[in-house]
Every structure is written in structure tokens, then in C-alpha cells.
Design a protein. Sequence first.
Length: 222
Amino acid sequence: MNSLSTLTSQIEGTAPAGRGNRTLSAKELNDRFLRLLIAQMKNQDPLNPLDNAQVTSQMAQISTVTGVNGLTETVTKLLAQFERLETLQAAQLAGRTVLVEGRTLALAAEGAASGGFELNQPADRVTVEIRDGAGQLVRTLSLPRQEAGVARFDWDGLTDAGVRAAAGSYTFTVKAVSGNSEIAATALAARRVEGVRRLDGQLQLLLAGGGAAAYGDVRQIL
């Protein structure tokens, strides 16, 4: 096998690489191929010249490989830029409240608590049941017709008896009905973002009170 064939075989993985070989860049592959081609043309046997068809085939192979390598380098750079941009965008959520999958409600001594839900289809009626830490029903909210998608609700902090509930952590469940059939409803918790991190290549939001959520899992920014 001549030098050109050896080079193209190594590029395509059909020949073993020498000890200490490293992955060549597109420019290095192209330069090495051209040097070998010129050297062989200068030193070819006049009685046994290079096969034009073989040289053309090898040139096509090297062109394809260098093109793919160049594209890979470009994509790698674009992905790195995208990651930096994504991190910058996520950092701007610090101090903001977002809706992510969950069932918790945090009620302060004063004011209301917010939560949300996501429906795959419109619902004629939606009921939100709020329970305390012991699992006792505290308040039932009846909501009118809701369209498919993400919706938010606010709890004024009052119980069904009309008295102020104690500050603390509560949980809620969502029941949605279309006609006479119950439909799927995903509960969404309102959580405040405290920071961001990248773990195992995934961008995550650090949430107040502990825990984290993937940046792509944010359903809505409040």
C-alpha cells in the first residue's frame, strides 16, 4: 500500500494508527495528504505512473474527511457558545419564582400562596385540594373552565372555615374534569430560584428550600 493509501486507510479506520498518533485536524490532514501526493508524483516510476483513478478516489476521500472534521469543529464551537448563552439566560432567573413539577405550597404569615397545574386538554372544572402537614384538608378551590396548557392559582391563606391558616408548608392535588371524565393534570409548585449550576452537562436551577430542577423543566416564570 502506498503512502497515500496508508494515510486514507488510517483516516477511515481501516489501518492501525502508529504509536503515539493523535487525531489530526482537518488542516493537518489536508496538508499531509498534499505533501505525500506531491512527493509521490515527483518520485514516481515513469514505467509505472500513479493511477489517476486511485488518486482521484483518494482526493475525494480526504476532501470528505476534512470536510466532516471541519464541520465537527464548527459544531463543537457552536455547542460551547450555546451552553454559555444558556447559562447566562438561566442566571437571570436568580431571585425569580418559577413553576416546576411539584405539589408543595409555602404559606407566609401574611399574604397568599401560589401554585399551578398543566392540562393536556381543556377542562370544564378544576378542583384544587390543599392539605396541611398531617394530611388534613384545609381548603378546596373550585376553578372555572381551563384551557389546555399551564395555569396558575392563588390561595389567599384562608381555610374553608374562613380563618387564617398557620404559616408553613402545605401540599395540594389537582383534579380536572371534562364532561363526565377525569383528565390528567400535573401539579406545579412555585419555587424561587437561588442560583444555577451545570451538573453532568445538564443545566440546573438551585431552588429555595433545597433541591434543584432542570432548566428545561421550567413550565412558567411568575
